[in-house]
Design a protein around this ligand. Structure first.
Ligand SMILES: [Zn+2]
Ligand SMILES: [Zn+2]
Length: 310
């Protein structure tokens, strides 16, 4: 890591490049059923203003914390993908269950995809680099079968061998869609018990459909916004950025340039003002005896000053 000017030119314009899709994104590889499902989710979420209740809003906030903070950030990303800390089997499976409810596919595929991102960051093989376009990096990438991740099962298994050899993870990989359907039914039932069918519908729409739409887009911001807008502390040779508003929305994941500089570290916020609530939870887990082998930030990194980014 050096502290010199970045070798990236026209950083603010690259996402306007004319080739907005990679070559493999052909019509044959377009996942129309999944895309239709996501469009349907967005349409169903439009019912939110008509079904508002404080119980629905409470369900949305609770599910946002459970599925994004605990499920995706704490578990899928820092625990399963990067092994930034260790926990016992029961907690690992409970957190993985919550990660499945974010409807971002199973833990094995998610970890393989993200490890591929780290190994090929902003290069041609990166599954979601904004080198093609903003909309590709934000959501379009998710609706095309990836030549390695989806068409070569061995590649996915090789990238996430530790998870693919775990029968519990294979269970979640196979059944994450069913778990999401059960979750939606559970929200409807919980709302019904809370105050009848009207509240049941409200909890389903707000805690289910609207929460899924918001949370998917919040997670996708790490792939899009955090490779476009923000500052670079470290010259990582890629386009990763530290972005404060994405960090606030994602419970600390927006410190993405820090993360690319030291992917295994459990703490993504390297400075006092880089708030990282997920790391606070890892610290709390350690105090409760639920987290160990927490990987620290490499000491030479924590002293670096922010680079001036054009
Ligand atoms: Zn990245
Ligand atoms: Zn990562």
């Amino acid at each position: 890591m050096t502290q010199q000017a970045l070798p990236i030119t026209h950083i603010n314009n690259f996402y306007k490049a004319p080739h907005f899709l990679p070559a493999y994104a052909t019509r044959e590889r377009f996942n129309l059923p999944l895309f239709s499902l996501y469009i349907l989710l967005h349409v169903l979420a439009l019912a939110a203003p008509l079904t508002y209740s404080w119980q629905g809003l409470t369900a949305l906030l609770a599910m946002y914390f459970l599925t994004i903070c605990l499920g995706i950030t704490l578990c899928y990303h820092r625990l399963l993908t990067h092994r930034s800390y260790n926990t016992n089997r029961a907690v690992k499976y409970l957190l993985t269950f919550l990660g499945c409810l974010a409807f971002q596919r199973g833990p094995i595929w998610w970890a393989a995809c993200h490890r591929l991102h780290h190994s090929k960051v902003d290069k041609e093989q990166d599954p979601h680099s904004p080198r093609y376009s903003l909309i590709w990096s934000h959501f379009l990438w998710a609706f095309f079968w990836h030549p390695q991740l989806d068409e070569e099962q061995e590649t996915t298994n090789r990238l996430a061998l530790d998870l693919a050899s775990d029968s519990g993870m294979r269970f979640f990989e196979k059944h994450y869609t069913s778990l999401n359907i059960l979750c939606l039914l559970g929200l409807l039932g919980l709302g019904y018990l809370w105050g009848g069918w009207k509240i049941g519908l409200s909890v389903l729409v707000w805690g289910g459909f609207l929460r899924l739409v918001l949370c998917l887009n919040i997670t996708w911001l790490v792939n899009s916004a955090c490779h476009i807008w923000g500052y670079q502390t470290y010259d990582t040779g890629d386009r990763s950025r530290n972005n404060w508003w994405v960090a606030l929305l994602t419970w600390g994941e927006g410190w993405h340039n820090n993360h690319h500089a030291d992917a295994r570290a459990a703490r993504n916020g390297h400075r006092w003002y880089e708030v990282d609530p997920t790391y606070w939870i890892i610290q709390l887990m350690r105090q409760l005896g639920l987290a160990n082998n927490i990987v620290p930030v490499r000491p030479e990194l924590s002293l670096a000053e922010p680079l001036k980014t054009k």
